[in-house]
Write a protein that binds this ligand. Structure first.
Ligand SMILES: NC(=O)c1ccc[n+]([C@@H]2O[C@H](COP(=O)([O-])OP(=O)(O)OC[C@H]3O[C@@H](n4cnc5c(N)ncnc54)[C@H](O)[C@@H]3O)[C@@H](O)[C@H]2O)c1
Length: 454
């Protein structure tokens, strides 16, 4: 084996990233370590603990060939020449910066663990999303007291859940930040070589460490901002009779703007956008830039407003009460093609509806187990149903919250027959054929579009 690589953190990023690297770099021996023994057992069994299209097949090709999973990072540290760190960096829930700053305890513990077990020089690669200048703190910890020399690089991950494998195989770009010193440049060159196994050179960007760290926060802030912008417009569309899809199409055909990420809906979710925006807000605040902080904070607030507005719309169209009414929730994952429900708009919308004393029946093809955990405290107010037709039986309304393709293919005539009349559909992702649903007899309410009610 030419190179020994270790990744600490076998989550949504560490697992798929290392599986693709093992696939494309057969001469490297790659180990992925995690504290969570159940997660490691799942990876080792060939049934990954997360759902991503194409992931299982790549793991099947590489597992125990040059990809290995272990619960013992300590033992793997010394053997590795390159160590990726892909641990979670959630929003801090306590103390200074609570609710905004990134909680870096897992990152720091990992750095200390590497220092404790390394006997030879290593390149340590920041894969986790971190505040600007975290690499500096890491380098300080790792190199404190002399001894083994560590070079810290920033290599943020830009994959999107649901398309992670495709994104990893064909990234828009790979970003590597390093120090402008002979050691820094050599470490960057080594990482570039690794990615060049499958990524065209012109797509591998190198930058300073701080620019690289900030670029990840900036990319997520821009993406989230586009969603909040189109959602803010969807509210105006509903009050003026314009159609947000027509507006988005016209705006998106401007080559300076582009068509992607302009779909109105119930808002963004996932473990990253909100966390990274808040992280940016905190950075601005702590650097004495309150106006810039306020600007980015507003992107998060617009997202929360959009969810509240959706539930308010449901109430208004259901005679201002949903007490004891059955509502089928179609989709609980934060987006299609993933089982991940972290920060899913569905969590907030279901909670608001439960507060209004609706009876919820949740369906999702991949996220029902996570939904059960997320809403455990709501008890009998929520049922979890693996069959969408049964979920809609006896319901007054359907709320579509995740854009799974399967919801476009259901037999809505059959669903309509089994529902209480008037039967309403609230399309929170503008995913369905509204004209056809209206013809069947549904009252159809979509985001940023005129209502179609009988
Ligand atoms: N999920 C995404 O789509 C995505 C995309 C780009 C970047 N990121 C960033 O990547 C990082 C990881 O995200 P994720 O979604 O994979 O998180 P995750 O929670 O799915 O995985 C992190 C894993 O790290 C493990 N871990 C924590 N401390 C450890 C330690 N000391 N030793 C061993 N294992 C440890 C945890 O047990 C967990 O399994 C975050 O900083 C996130 O912001 C995530």
């Amino acid at each position: 084996m030419k190179k020994n690589i270790l990744c600490i953190g076998a989550g949504y990023v560490g697992g798929p990233t290392m599986a693709v690297m093992a696939d494309r770099c057969p001469e490297c021996r790659i180990r992925v370590a995690d504290l969570n023994a159940a997660r490691i057992r799942a990876w080792q069994s060939g049934e990954p603990p997360i759902y991503e299209p194409g992931l299982k097949e790549i793991v099947a090709r590489t597992l125990n060939r040059n990809l290995f999973f272990t619960a013992d990072a300590d033992a793997a540290i010394e053997e590795a020449e390159i160590i990726f760190v892909s641990v979670n960096t959630p929003t801090k829930t306590f103390g200074e910066g609570a609710g905004r700053a990134a909680d870096l305890q897992y990152w720091e513990k990992t750095a200390r663990q590497i220092k404790a077990h390394a006997r030879t020089p290593k390149i340590v690669v920041e894969k986790s999303t971190v505040p600007v200048r975290t690499a500096e703190a890491m380098e300080y910890i790792l190199n404190a007291g002399g001894g083994v020399r560590f070079e810290v690089l920033s290599n943020p991950e830009f994959l999107a859940e649901g398309t992670a494998i495709e994104d990893l195989l064909h990234p828009d770009r790979v970003l590597i930040g390093g120090r402008d010193t002979p050691e820094g440049r050599a470490a960057v060159a080594e990482l570039v070589e690794l990615y060049a196994h499958w990524v065209p050179r012109e797509r591998i960007l190198t930058a300073g460490v701080w620019s690289s760290e900030l670029s990840k926060l900036a990319a997520n802030a821009f993406l989230a901002q586009r969603i909040s912008s189109i959602n803010a417009l969807s509210a105006i569309c509903e009050t003026t009779g314009a159609d947000v899809a027509e507006v988005a199409r016209a705006v998106g055909m401007d080559s300076r703007i582009g068509p992607r990420f302009l779909k109105a809906g119930v808002g963004f979710g996932g473990s990253c956008f909100k966390k990274d925006l808040l992280n940016l807000v905190y950075l601005c605040e702590s650097n004495g830039l309150p106006e810039a902080a306020h600007y980015w904070r507003q992107v998060v607030e617009m997202n929360e407003y959009q969810r509240r507005r959706f539930v308010r719309g449901m109430l208004a169209h259901m005679f201002n009460t949903v007490v004891d009414k059955r509502i089928a929730v179609f989709g609980f994952a934060f987006k299609a093609d993933t089982g991940d429900t972290r920060e899913s708009p569905a969590i907030h919308i279901c909670r608001q509806l439960a507060e209004e004393r609706a009876k919820l029946v949740v369906h999702d093809p991949k996220a029902l187990e996570n939904a059960r955990i997320d809403l455990a405290d709501l008890g009998d107010a929520v049922r979890y149903e693996p069959d969408p037709y049964r979920a809609a039986e006896g319901a007054h309304a359907i709320a579509l919250l995740t854009d799974w393709a399967l919801y476009r293919e259901l037999d809505y005539r059959r669903i309509y027959e089994a529902m209480v009349k008037p039967a309403c559909i609230f399309d929170g992702r503008n995913a369905l054929d509204h004209g056809a649903l209206f013809e069947i007899g549904f009252n159809v309410y979509a985001i940023g579009k005129p209502p179609r009610a009988h």
